[in-house]
Design a protein around this ligand. Structure first.
Ligand code: CO8
Length: 257
């Protein structure tokens, strides 16, 4: 599939996806979501990529689902096409994903950011779920991911009111990771991505699996998974390299095997 609504490039082992539909503030139509998911999967498999970044434009990370595309749907057309099911594939990506947010991240745009592992945002960026004002509700994981991130009370208040929230407020609630001067967001996200790209890739992958599992597992099962994943790291050359480098008082060089 050739990409119409995104641009993509790899630099320093960082796979970047740039949402590119600025005339409608990166409103997410179905093809655009397909393109994003396919590129995420390509990066996840690529040996040239260790960390993935998703960015938008200065005005918008993404202003939500494409309202024009959606407005004439019926329950049956949606049930048959099941357009949001493709989002489940994002939860299967093993590599770290960083959302680099300038401008608005609303509705499906906020959901896309919440599907990322880390969110770095500009100081004037805004987050929210305006769906309630359209007579609908979040549909690509918003009620679940936001609630897991900030708890039921705050999530209900935010989604019920449908209001945009300032980045600093979102940071205080724990919905996002970092707030940066607007003009430095991409640079700082990229720096963070490079920091992660220097870590042992297998450790990053198993840490992601273990931390994500905490949402669904009992403590006992989660502890068991963590233990097994810890043991598994000892199958990697990077474990030998990491510990050897420590004893030799030098920086490790990790290969991802
Ligand atoms: N869909 C389609 N077009 C959009 C969208 C959108 N979500 N957002 C903005 N646009 C278009 C506008 O229609 C406008 O087009 P035109 O120039 O042709 O009139 C252009 O982008 C610029 O927008 P504005 O003129 O409105 O710019 P403002 O700076 O005045 O306002 C806002 C910016 C506040 C972001 C405003 O555009 C807005 O409120 N947008 C809609 C936000 C919204 O309601 N989002 C939720 C959509 S529903 C949803 O996301 C459901 C999620 C379900 C799962 C996700 C699946 C992908």
């Amino acid at each position: 599939m050739s990409n119409r609504y995104i641009e993509a490039f790899v630099e320093d082992k960082i796979g970047v996806i740039q949402l590119n539909r600025p005339e409608v503030l990166n409103a997410l139509n179905r093809q655009m979501v397909d393109e994003i998911v396919e590129k995420l999967e390509q990066y996840d498999e690529s040996e040239d990529v260790r960390v993935i970044m998703i960015k938008g434009s200065d005005r918008a990370f993404a202003a939500g689902a494409d309202i024009e595309e959606m407005m004439n749907e019926t329950p049956l057309t949606m049930e048959l096409a099941d357009p949001f099911a493709v989002w489940d594939r994002i939860t299967l990506i093993n590599k770290p994903i960083i959302a680099s947010v300038n401008g608005v991240a609303l509705g499906g745009g906020f959901e896309l950011a919440l599907h990322c592992d880390l969110i770095v945002a500009g100081e004037s960026s805004k987050f929210g779920f305006p769906e309630v004002q359209l007579g609908v509700m979040p549909g690509a994981g918003g009620t679940q991911l936001l609630t897991k991130a900030i708890g039921e009370r705050k999530a209900l208040e935010w989604i019920w009111l449908g209001e945009q929230m300032e980045a600093h407020e979102a940071l205080k609630l724990g919905a996002i990771n970092r707030v940066i001067a607007d003009e430095l967001v991409f640079e700082e996200s990229f720096r963070l991505a490079k920091q992660l790209a220097n870590q042992a890739p297998i450790s990053l992958r198993l840490i992601k699996e273990s931390v994500k599992a905490a949402k669904d597992m009992t403590l006992t099962d989660g502890m068991k998974l963590e233990r097994k994943n810890f043991y598994l790291t000892f199958a990697s050359e990077d474990q030998k390299e990491g510990m050897k480098a420590f004893t030799e008082k030098r920086s490790p060089s990790f290969k991802g095997v």
